[in-house]
Ligand binder design. Structure first.
Ligand SMILES: NC(=O)c1ccc[n+]([C@@H]2O[C@H](COP(=O)([O-])OP(=O)(O)OC[C@H]3O[C@@H](n4cnc5c(N)ncnc54)[C@H](O)[C@@H]3O)[C@@H](O)[C@H]2O)c1
Length: 323
């Protein structure tokens, strides 16, 4: 049964953010009635402006930690796509309680409002890159134990435990999208964004956190959106988790080389800060097993390196070429 279709009323938390704004575009294209809740702490209304006259679209500037707001918005909706979060692993290390409030307590509030209003479907943005921790099992299947090594990863795992209990106790359909690293147009964070601005500042050198050998999967945004909505529409009962990722992983060094090439630079001195980890809580090798989402008929249309080139071109178009 396809649920995220014409006429479906969907709340998108974090719809002003990178992934959320692309999900909103796809839902609007399908004819869904979309209500975005975003406090704009990291997001923007820029990509929603085109819907300002559209009766099927509502934007609410608000915080998912406000229970009264959730109580006003969630009833009579058909689904919640919950993407709003504190997404920074490093910030979760210095401010774990803030991370808990935004990522865990607010998610529980959303689930509770959904239970009371009998909203039948939640699609939740989890994280394949952090909830499995440092595992030797690569590619990592969804059934692997959750053993996060960062508070951010712990917060996503905690949310998934609540998805499981709410699914069992209420009959709500709960879907966890375990994203690998997602990148592409509109993204304002992550390794490629970081490299672009470092090179823009000084095209002769590039500082790389760690030893550059961190090897992870990076999925291009349009492939992420298709996979997310396919999983959201997957039907069935209870809670399901889907790794949303590429089947390949690449090193940070390869990303740097591809971006340098796409930017038309040469002779850039690569300077490593050293150590295997880029930061505390960095999981240096990630590769998720994607057979579950592929069994629904999904295949990414872009390789990671094609995506890196597309995103680099988008960054150049938006922020200007390097001098
Ligand atoms: N981008 C990735 O590579 C990646 C990987 C794994 C998981 N995820 C998860 O996917 C989701 C979306 O990530 P993204 O990359 O689009 O991040 P993003 O920061 O671009 O988007 C998050 C949005 O949530 C909003 N927000 C934050 N706190 C809020 C609050 N308290 N109330 C209301 N709105 C709030 C922000 O303003 C922003 O618009 C997040 O849950 C993130 O943890 C992302």
């Amino acid at each position: 049964m396809k649920r995220l279709m014409e006429g479906t009323a969907v709340v998108v938390t974090g719809g002003g953010g990178f992934i959320g704004s692309h999900i909103v575009d796809e839902l609007m294209k399908r004819g869904c009635r979309v209500t975005v809740i975003d406090n704009l702490s990291a997001g923007t209304t820029e990509y929603m402006e085109k819907y300002s006259e559209n009766k099927g679209f509502t934007f609410i500037k608000g915080d998912i930690r406000e229970r009264a707001l959730l109580h006003a918005v969630i009833p009579e909706k058909d689904a919640v796509i919950h993407l709003a979060a504190q997404p920074d692993v490093r910030l979760s290390a210095s401010q774990p309680l803030l991370d808990f409030d935004i990522n865990v307590a607010a998610t529980l509030n959303i689930l509770e409002e959904m239970r009371q209003a009998e909203v039948p479907l939640i699609v939740f943005a989890s994280s394949a890159g952090t909830i499995y921790g440092d595992t030797e099992v690569l590619p990592t299947p969804e059934g692997h134990p959750l053993q996060p090594i960062s508070h951010y990863g712990a917060s996503k795992a905690a949310c998934e435990m609540y998805l499981s209990s709410y699914a069992a106790m209420t009959g709500m359909r709960c879907i966890a999208l375990r994203y690998g690293n997602i990148f592409g147009a509109r993204s304002t964070h992550g390794v490629m964004h970081d490299f672009f601005f470092k090179l823009r500042h000084d095209p002769s050198r590039l500082e790389i956190l760690g030893d550059g050998m961190q090897q992870k999967s990076y999925l291009y945004i349009s492939d992420c959106v298709q996979a997310s909505l396919l999983a959201g529409d997957s039907g069935g009962k209870g809670m399901s988790a889907f790794n949303i990722s590429t089947a390949e992983s690449i090193t940070v060094k390869e990303i740097a080389a591809t971006m340098i090439d796409e930017l038309g630079l040469s002779g850039v001195s690569l300077e490593y800060t050293g150590g295997s980890k880029g930061w505390a809580g960095d999981v240096t090798r990630t590769l998720a097993d994607t057979s579950n989402i592929r069994s629904l008929g999904w295949n990414p249309k872009h390789t990671t390196l094609e995506g890196v080139r597309l995103y680099t071109r988008w960054l150049m178009a938006r922020y200007g070429r390097l001098d």
